[in-house]
Design a protein around this ligand. Structure first.
Ligand SMILES: *Cc1c(COP(=O)(O)O)cnc(C)c1O
Length: 433
């Protein structure tokens, strides 16, 4: 039966024809296989006129983070060709990941930010003994008064907590932290890579657990090392989130909420397709399978192997620019988030004839376009990277084989003759990652 046949009127002749077609059709097994052939893909970036570039910046959401490795892409493409029961897939994929990452439970979310919402909903539900549909409507009411989340350093991802009807209370010392727990405390939240650490993780966990309050750790970008995927849950964090699309290299719209099964199960109860705060954060079968395949992929890698490959690529790029007047290169490795080698190409803007931000803008608008790290030309430290006011910062981890040489060639060209490539508008605000 042709696909358009579904919409056309069923005539007797058409019916007989389709019966004959069915009779002549292949066996059920090959009918399944028929859907696994892949036609040549239309390049929709090209068709839409969307600019593509080589990502020598890192896993920035705005730059669409990582590209999935080939085995992950293949698993996603195959998963897209069959139907499954969503809840069965969620349950089995979650159990599989929990087993591989050595924790009790896992809920696959629509990114780390969505894991914060689902984790908060789980803790609110546990504390108030309410239903998912009561979040956020009745949270903070006399019926369900428990609505306080203690945080160490507030950040924009706290929106995920506010969405659940809870509020945050910021603490600035261990004494203040201890004094803040009360009958309405439902959860605590720490950003693992926060610049400012006032209360250490062990103290933080011990105090909260003395009060029977679960602790959430946001470790979204904090892998490698690979062992972080189980280190924090094993330290006693009740819930830990990772972004799926960052260095785990899963789909950009996926994330992991790992931890105690009691809470990951409640998170799942608030997740799509259930009617809860996660209903609008749908994770499709393609993202779920992609996340599982990405976990398998990252566990097939080693930290040493990934670091060696990164350093090899960065050395190749450094070699291509080091003879340029005033250029000095070095490699840094941030301590927590984005813990992989980054190349710092320092230079004298007076000698080169352009600022780091101008070079960054020109690289991003050249052909082929290259996006380099947003710490380029930075005047402030961020995420463990010191200020780099006179340097380009380059990340090679995400590139596909052979792209390091292209990045090196473009950087050499822009350093040798800035005005020869791309465009630069000095009045435009520098682009953030
Ligand atoms: C990237 C990031 C997030 C959000 O992750 P998504 O997967 O994009 O939702 C949350 N917290 C921190 C600290 C991050 O770096």
């Amino acid at each position: 039966m042709s696909e358009s046949g579904w919409n056309s009127k069923v005539t007797r002749r058409g019916f007989l024809r389709s019966q004959a077609a069915l009779a002549a059709a292949a066996t059920p097994m090959s009918a399944l296989a028929a859907h696994t052939t892949t036609p040549a893909a239309v390049d929709y970036y090209d068709k839409l006129g969307v600019q593509t570039f080589l990502n020598a910046a890192g896993t920035y959401t705005d730059l669409t983070s990582a590209c999935m490795p080939a085995p992950v892409q293949a698993a996603v493409a195959l998963a897209a060709k069959r139907w499954v029961h969503l809840k069965e897939l969620q349950e089995k994929a979650g159990a599989y990941i929990a087993n591989r990452l050595q924790c009790e439970g896992c809920c696959i979310s629509a990114g780390a930010a969505s894991a914060i919402t689902l984790g908060a909903a789980a803790c609110i539900q546990a504390a108030n003994n309410c239903r998912p549909m009561d979040i956020p409507r009745l949270i903070g009411s006399p019926q369900y008064p428990k609505n306080e989340v203690i945080v160490q350093v507030p950040n924009g991802y706290d929106e995920g907590i506010f969405m659940c009807g809870a509020k945050t209370v910021v603490v600035n010392s261990l004494d203040e932290y201890k004094a803040t727990f009360n009958a309405n405390t439902v959860m605590t939240r720490v950003e693992n890579a926060a610049e400012r650490v006032i209360i250490g993780q062990e103290d933080w966990l011990a105090v909260a657990h003395d009060h029977g309050v679960p602790c959430f750790l946001d470790a979204a970008a904090d892998m490698p090392p690979i062992e972080n995927l189980w280190k924090y849950t094993q330290m006693g964090w009740d819930l830990v989130c990772f972004s799926g699309g960052k260095d785990i290299r899963g789909p950009q719209g996926a994330g992991l909420l790992l931890g105690k099964k009691k809470y990951t199960d409640l998170a799942q109860a608030n997740n799509n397709p259930n009617e809860g705060v996660g209903r609008g954060m749908k994770v499709g079968k393609e993202q779920i399978v992609g996340m599982v395949a990405a976990v398998d992929w990252i566990l097939s890698q080693t930290d040493e192997g990934m670091e060696k490959e990164s350093r090899k690529r960065l050395a190749l790029i450094a070699d291509m620019v080091k003879d340029i007047p005033s250029v000095k290169t070095s490699v840094i490795v941030p301590a927590t988030a984005n813990h992989f080698p980054q190349l710092v190409i320092e230079f004298d803007p007076g000698v080169i004839g352009a600022s780091p931000l101008e070079l960054k803008a020109r690289l991003a608008t050249a052909t082929p376009a290259v996006e380099i790290n947003p710490h380029t030309g930075s005047t402030r430290a961020s995420q463990g990277v010191p200020p780099e006011p006179n340097a380009l910062v380059v990340v090679a981890l995400l590139l596909f084989p052979g792209q390091d040489a292209i990045v090196g060639r473009q950087i050499r060209k822009v350093l040798k003759n800035p005005k020869s490539m791309g465009a630069y508008d000095p009045s435009a605000a520098p682009r953030r990652g």
